[in-house]
Design a binder for this molecule. Structure first.
Ligand SMILES: [Zn+2]
Length: 325
């Protein structure tokens, strides 16, 4: 089977071409090896990271459970000088904030190895950091992301995520948001809300649902086992989630990652938390969400050349396997 599918949310087209092999085992080339490396994120090595900006403790314990530190090798900084005025090509200073969320004092490599309480604390840290960066007033956009496995961009295996806030809204996101705004004016409903309502109406791509969230393999999944986690009611700002919502969400993310790991142990993946831009404009068209993109396949010539992904596993099949896991 080969089919062009359009994603309401990203605006991207994908080619679902399951004739290229329904067995994703054929594509398991990016699974990562555990390496016993000298680890600056382990407890006892706190002096090897820049001074922390936040720390979280579990109840009834001593010592930290989650630490947030500035990235030692940041992509953007608050002290970036303006670029030399020799070029006429557009450029501006790399102003921004780049932080690391260290998610356990122990040397564990997956969120699924943490207790439920510790996982909730990690999500609390994400929300707090986004709220703090929004409050600064000098940043335009913030994103939380997790790279697991070298092929997903991780340089350290110790369980961690990154928070990166930029001085401008990345242009592809800006285009996406302009489209969402138009759709909101046209339909009076957010694109994400319509997306999740459509998915729940025909639940063959639903992996798991809780009181307030659903996890699905999107209709136009770009890669095998792509997952999208969406609040069922309109929610603009991830960082305004209540403690109960963060607790429920953390459990759901842990559950779906456990399912993924049961299909292929140590699968490399990226997890991304999208929230509304930091400007003060009304964002009623916005709906926060989480994307999980496993790295079983590689973006190759067609993907780089067209921006259009070829997915060899139908999302219906992927969701079935994840439900059964
Ligand atoms: Zn470690």
């Amino acid at each position: 089977m080969s089919e062009y599918r359009h994603d309401l949310v990203t605006g991207q087209w994908v080619i679902v071409a399951s004739n290229r092999g329904e067995r994703p085992d054929e594509f398991v080339e990016t699974v990562f090896e555990r390496i016993n490396q000298d680890c600056p994120f382990c407890s006892g090595r706190e002096d090897d990271t820049p001074p922390e900006v936040a720390r979280y403790q579990l109840r009834r314990t001593k010592g930290w459970q989650v630490r947030v530190v500035p990235n030692k090798y940041p992509a953007v900084t608050t002290s970036a000088p303006p670029p030399p005025p020799t070029l006429s090509l557009p450029a501006q200073s790399g102003f921004g904030v780049h932080e690391v969320v260290i998610e356990s004092p122990e040397h564990v490599t997956s969120l699924t190895e943490l207790s439920a309480e510790a996982t909730t604390l990690v999500f609390r840290a994400y929300a707090d950091r986004l709220a703090a960066l929004r409050k600064r007033g000098d940043l335009a956009y913030g994103v939380v992301f997790k790279n697991v496995g070298a092929s997903a961009g991780a340089s350290l295996e110790h369980v961690h995520s990154q928070v990166l806030a930029t001085a401008l809204v990345p242009p592809p996101i800006e285009q996406r948001l302009a489209r969402w705004q138009q759709e909101f004016q046209r339909t009076d409903s957010s694109v994400l809300l319509r997306f999740i309502q459509e998915e729940l109406a025909q639940p063959q791509r639903v992996i798991q649902q809780t009181d307030n969230f659903a996890a699905v393999c999107p209709f136009a999944s770009r890669v095998p086992y792509e997952m999208r986690i969406v609040p069922l009611a309109p929610r603009v700002y991830f960082e305004q989630s209540t403690a109960a919502e963060l607790d429920e969400l953390a459990k759901l993310v842990r559950d779906v990652l456990t399912r993924l790991e049961q299909i292929t142990n140590r699968m490399a993946y990226n997890l991304i938390i999208h929230t509304a831009p930091f400007d003060s404009a009304p964002h009623d068209y916005y709906h926060w969400h989480i994307e999980i993109l496993p790295r079983l396949t590689r973006a190759a010539g067609f993907e780089w050349g067209t921006g259009c992904f070829i997915n060899p596993l139908t999302p219906e099949n992927a969701a079935q396997r994840l439900r059964d896991a």
